[in-house]
Each structure stands twice: as structure tokens, then as C-alpha cells.
Design a protein around this ligand. Structure first.
Ligand code: CO
Length: 637
């Protein structure tokens, strides 16, 4: 039977359960469970020890590639897990020698949130290859492929696989409109072909791709190039499986999936139904569903350790708000956290209203790390701090960089008024640049090596510090035993999880008496037979959770007390990145005295008054809580 011209797959007329014929054009499948899967579902907190039990099994399946690294893994591992990211790569390689490894590389942003200098990019990509990486999926948040240049050079020199990704984003509910239409994507694909990529990825990080758009866009891309085409889509809106199916019908070569327990919600379509659905067709993957099921069973064992990180209170596994508000899953939870930290969650609807306006002002950029953060945080700032619309009273450092051109070329021009305001007093100049961002950055590696000296023992250590100066150094102190890893960063064991669940059951049965000291108590939402309960339990991890949510919040504002003495007070939790002044230093009101990071965005704090620094209470790397007095400045007589 052939229904191909109607878009229906060709079926083999055999009993494929007992006699499975080889497909003429098998779909190639990537597994992304060990990177994007846990990044999407439990904040990238998956630990190597829980990957090892499934690694060999995954290696047996015949995946086209396994994505095991990159994206947020590098950051979370050294920051929250006390694990060396390089070590994971080497360890997994031992268990998975057959399947090519792939990673997500944010172009000149590497695995961070800003553009790094060329020397850092070169060293990082080279070390990734040396440690076992085979396929590099390279993307740029602005789809400005000049940001691939340096990474691509190193990948090619080493004869590794360069996959160029186009970020799929929309301004409308479906493909089309003035900005992100078919023409835009086809032009981007042509640019990639010109660069000489080995394969192309359509990277739908937010799950926006509707099935018929998937079909059309893949058909059109296939007309202009026969370079292998990989679809990366998320399930988020609920369209993921449908989009993958129409893409397969349209002739896509490779699709990304997760194994059942790591699939769906904001993650990816599951591999199992795809394998079964294609059984016996001309696009049969040839994969053993039995072997995949065994992996899923093993994964189920370890998942309870991460349950506490899934704070999605919804029953629905689909979230159409991604289409309605153009906010990818990760971005939405960040917005909610940021508003919560400012006691302003009730203003979420205003943020949704404001978001497309801010995005338009900032050149209608795609919303993907880091632009999703940049646009999201600025939107919240505008809603909370602006007295009139379009004022941009508090502009983040990243928006200033974006306006200068430090991230590359935006899709549309930036609103000139916003740009002018953002670049007032900008250190690199008030006129934006059109250069490739990397080419205007001074080399950074030597300075990083210096910063890391006494701590780092090799180039891999130095690169951790080059990418993440503050948390990177803290990690190296943990790694080499100069500092203990705090309890909150240590792995949870199944025993602990079981104990916690026993406590919950007891609490629900009314068998627990409340004797908590308040500090170590924790509220848990649990569902029993479809009914939801809130229970309080005592356990040391409550503090970890409290700290964790505190740390993830952004922004510190400042208060200048009446009567003159300037107290710089944290209005929300953050991490100090740099204190620029010491006790006794003279400052003027407009001078930046401290830099802090919250929600992965850098913010700077001005002195607020002219005077002399009397007190400095924190140093780089410290976490600050709401109400903390960071610095005291006294006016000069
Ligand atoms: Co993704």
C-alpha cells in the first residue's frame, strides 16, 4: 500500500510483529533524556549516579545520538550538584562507547548566558572534544550565525559533526505574520547551508510548532537542501507528538525524544509510542521496544529523588499558555518566581500584556536562553518599576548589552528610544556596534587562569572559572576539599525519599504530632486518591528547599534611608558577584558599588548618595536574603 502523496505512510503488508522488515528510510532517533529531559522536568538536577544505571542500556538501542551534555547541565552541575561537568562526560563515555554523544552549545555563549571571548570559546570546544563529544548542536539566541564562527572552526578542525540549529519562534499563534514566517526560516536554513553544517536542526525549544506548520516547513526545507534535518520540539503545548508525526511524513531525517519517564509536560514526546506507531512502515526506526521499556523501568526507580523539584501544581500535562503568551516553560516559571519574590504574583497578567511590547522594543528576538531571561526580567522590571509605559526605569545590564549589539543582530531593529536610554554611559560607548560580538571582546582566558590560580589544577578547572567566576571557584574549593559541600547540595537517597513519604502518610493519617522547631518544617502538597492535601513535615531538606527557592529569585533594590545614611538593602534574595568598594572608599551617588546575580541576570547597585563607605557586610559568592544590609554609606560632611 502506498498513500504517500496524501501524506500517509507506506505500510509493509506483512505481520511485522513476527517478521519486522527493514524500513527503506528509517527515522533516526536521538535520546535527549539525559540533558534536555531532566532540564525540562526537574531543573537539570539529574545526577551522574542516576544516569549510570541506564547508560549501557541506552547505548544498546541504536540511537542516532544521545544528548548528554551542554545547555544548562554545566551550570547546574557545578553550582547545585557539586559535580564536575567534565567528569560526567568522561564517565558516561565509559558506559556508552557506541552511540555518538551530542551536546547543546549556545554558540559564542558556550554553556553560559553571555558571549565569551574567542579564546574561551576555542578552548571550551576543544576540551569538549577531547573529553568525548562528537556532535555539536550549535545555536544562537538571535539566530545570528556569526556567533557560530569560532565554535564551527574548532569542530571542523577536529573533524567532528557540526549541527547548525535555527531557533523556532513565533510572534503569532501559528507560523506566519511579518516577522517569523516561512521566508524567514528558509533564509536561515540557506545561511546554514552556506556555513557548511553537517546537519540542520529546527530547534523548537518552547513547543510552538503546530503539526501542519511542521509538515510545510520541512517540505520546504527539503526542497532547498538534502543536508540531514533534525527536528527538536517540546511537548509543552501538547502538539509535540503531532508535530513529530507530520514532520516524519514530510521527510524529516532525525527526531529528538525522551524515554517515557523523562517525557511529556515541558519535555519531549516519548520515544515508545513513536517506535510502535512506525512499526512496519517505510520509516520504522528498527528499535526494540522491549529494550526501551527496560530502560524506562530502571529510570522509574530513581525518579522519586527528583520529585520535590517538580513544583508544577497542575493536573494537566499540556500548557497552551506557551502559544497564548509566547512564554516558554522555563521562562514562565522564572517569571512566576521573580514576581513571587517581589510579592507581586498578582501582577502576572500585566506581565503577559507587557511581554510582547518589550520583546518588540528589543527587536522581536526569539525567546530562548538567554534572550527569554533578558526579555522576561526586563518585562517584570517595567511592570513593577515604571511610572509610565515605555519608561524603562530600571534597565538590566543584559538589556544594555543587547542594545549595544553584544549578543549580535536582533531580528528587527531595537526601538531607538529604548536603545538610547540603555546606552547612556555604557562602558563600550553610546553608539551600538554591528561587529561580530566575539571580535570586540578582549581575550579572557589568561585573566580567568589568574583568577583560578591556586585552585585550578588543569585547563578544565580553569574553564569552569572562565565561564562562572564566582560559583566556579566555589566549586573548585568543594572539588579539592578546601570547603565542605553544604548538605543542601548533596544527593538525596532513595532511603531519605522513602522516609519522607512515610512521614507524609503518617501525617495524613493524623499520626504525627507537631513538634517542629519551625526552621526545618516543610509544607508538601500531596495527592492521595485524587484528593490534594497540604502536610507539614520535619526534615533537614526543608532548609535546602527554602534556600533553593530563595537562591533562584532575583533582584535586589536599594533603599536610601531618610536622614542621609545610605543603607543598601536587599529587597529580594540574590548572590553577590562583586563588591566594588571597601570601607573608607569615597563614592558618588551614580557609582556602581556592587554587582549581584539573580535569576541568572546581572544587576548593578548604585551608591544612591555621595559619601563614604562605612560598612560592607558581604563579599563575592555570598547569598543574600531579603532585608540584608549589603553596605552602609554615610554622607560626607
Ligand atoms: Co530543548
Amino acid at each position: 500500500m502506498t498513500y504517500d502523496k496524501h501524506g500517509v505512510l507506506e505500510m509493509a503488508e506483512v505481520n511485522y510483529a513476527s517478521n519486522r522488515p527493514a524500513a527503506s528510510n528509517p527515522i533516526k532517533i536521538n535520546d535527549v533524556s539525559l540533558r534536555d529531559g531532566h532540564q525540562s522536568l526537574f531543573a537539570t538536577r539529574g545526577r551522574t549516579e542516576d544516569m549510570i544505571p541506564v547508560a549501557e542500556m541506552i547505548d544498546e538501542i541504536g540511537y542516532n545520538a544521545v544528548e548528554v551534555w551542554g545547555g544548562a547541565t554545566f551550570d547546574t552541575m557545578h553550582r547545585f550538584l557539586g559535580e564536575d561537568p567534565w567528569e560526567r562526560l568522561r564517565t558516561l563515555k565509559k558506559y556508552m562507547p557506541q552511540t555518538p554523544f551530542s551536546m547543546l552549545l549556545r554558540g559564542q555563549n558556550i554553556v553560559g548566558y553571555r558571549n565569551y571571548a574567542d579564546d574561551v570559546v576555542r578552548a571550551f570546544v576543544q576540551r569538549s572534544i577531547d573529553n568525548g563529544m562528537d556532535i555539536f548542536r550549535v545555536f544562537d539566541a538571535l539566530n545570528d550565525f556569526r556567533n557560530f564562527e569560532i565554535a564551527a572552526e574548532v569542530i571542523k578542525e577536529n573533524k567532528k559533526h557540526l549541527q547548525g540549529a535555527v531557533c523556532y519562534t513565533l510572534t503569532e499563534q501559528r507560523l506566519g505574520g511579518e516577522v517569523y514566517n516561512m521566508e524567514y526560516y528558509l533564509n536561515k536554513v540557506k545561511e546554514l547551508v552556506e556555513i557548511g553544517v553537517d546537519s540542520i536542526c529546527l530547534k523548537d525549544m518552547a513547543g510552538l510548532l503546530a503539526p501542519y506548520d511542521a509538515y510545510n516547513i520541512i517540505r520546504e526545507i527539503k526542497k532547498i537542501t538534502d543536508i540531514p534535518l533534525n527536528l527538536h520540539t517540546h511537548f509543552t503545548s501538547g502538539m509535540g507528538d503531532l508535530a513529530i508525526f507530520k514532520a516524519i511524513e514530510a521527510g524529516v531525517d532525525i527526531v529528538d525524544t525522551c524515554i517515557g519517564p523523562y517525557a511529556y509536560r515541558t519535555s519531549h514526546p516519548a520515544v515508545e509510542p513513536i517506535v510502535i506507531s512506525l512499526l512496519g512502515t517505510n520509516r520504522d526506526s528498527g528499535m526494540s521496544i522491549k529494550k526501551i521499556t527496560a530502560i524506562a523501568d530502571e529510570m522509574e526507580v530513581h525518579i522519586p529523588k527528583y520529585k520535590h523539584l517538580d513544583n508544577n501544581p497542575k493536573y494537566a500535562i499540556t500548557d497552551i499558555s506557551v502559544i497564548l503568551h509566547q512564554t516558554p516553560g522555563g521562562m514562565l516559571s522564572n517569571l512566576v518566581n521573580q514576581l513571587k519574590a517581589m510579592d507581586s504574583l498578582h501582577r502576572l497578567e500585566e506581565v503577559f500584556q507587557m511581554l510582547p511590547k518589550v520583546r518588540k522594543d528589543l527587536g522581536n528576538v526569539p525567546l530562548v536562553t538567554p534572550t527569554s531571561q533578558i526579555v522576561g526580567v526586563q518585562t517584570v522590571n517595567n511592570v513593577l518599576f515604571d511610572k509610565e509605559e515605555g519608561e524603562y526605569a530600571q534597565i538590566t545590564e543584559q538589556v544594555k548589552d543587547l542594545c549595544f549589539g553584544m549578543y549580535g543582530k536582533t531580528t528587527d531593529p531595537i526601538n531607538p528610544e529604548v536603545q538610547k536610554k540603555a546606552l547612556e554611559g555604557y562602558p563600550k560607548g553610546e553608539n551600538p556596534t554591528t561587529e561580530r560580538p566575539g571580535s570586540i571582546l578582549e581575550p579572557e582566558l589568561d585573566e580567568a587562569k589568574e583568577k583560578a590560580s591556586g585552585l585550578a589544577r588543569d585547563i578544565d578547572d580553569e574553564l569552569i572559572v572562565a565561564l562562572y567566576p564566582v560559583t566556579g571557584k566555589r566549586f573548585l574549593r568543594w572539588k579539592y576539599g578546601q570547603e565542605d559541600i553544604p548538605l543542601e547540595f548533596k544527593p538525596r537517597t532513595l532511603g531519605q525519599v522513602e522516609k519522607e513519604e512515610r512521614l507524609i502518610r503518617k501525617a495524613l493519617a493524623g499520626e504525627l504530632t507537631s513538634n517542629g522547631n519551625g526552621r526545618s518544617r516543610r509544607e508538601l502538597e500531596v495527592t492521595v486518591d485524587g484528593e490534594r492535601f497540604t502536610v507539614e513535615i520535619n526534615d533537614p531538606y526543608s532548609q535546602e528547599l527554602a534556600n533553593r527557592s530563595r537562591r533562584s529569585h532575583r533582584a535586589v533594590a536599594q533603599e536610601v534611608e531618610e536622614g542621609g545614611s545610605g543603607k543598601l538593602i536587599a529587597s529580594i534574595p540574590a548572590m553577590i558577584v562583586e563588591i566594588k568598594k571597601k570601607v573608607g572608599d569615597k563614592v558618588n551617588a551614580d557609582e556602581i558599588v556592587a554587582v549581584f546575580e539573580a535569576m541568572k541576570m546581572m544587576n548593578s547597585m548604585k551608591a544612591g548618595i555621595d559619601g563614604v563607605v562605612k560598612e560592607v557586610n558581604f563579599s563575592a559568592g555570598d547569598n543574600i536574603s531579603k532585608g540584608d544590609v549589603i553596605m552602609v554609606i554615610e554622607p560626607e560632611e
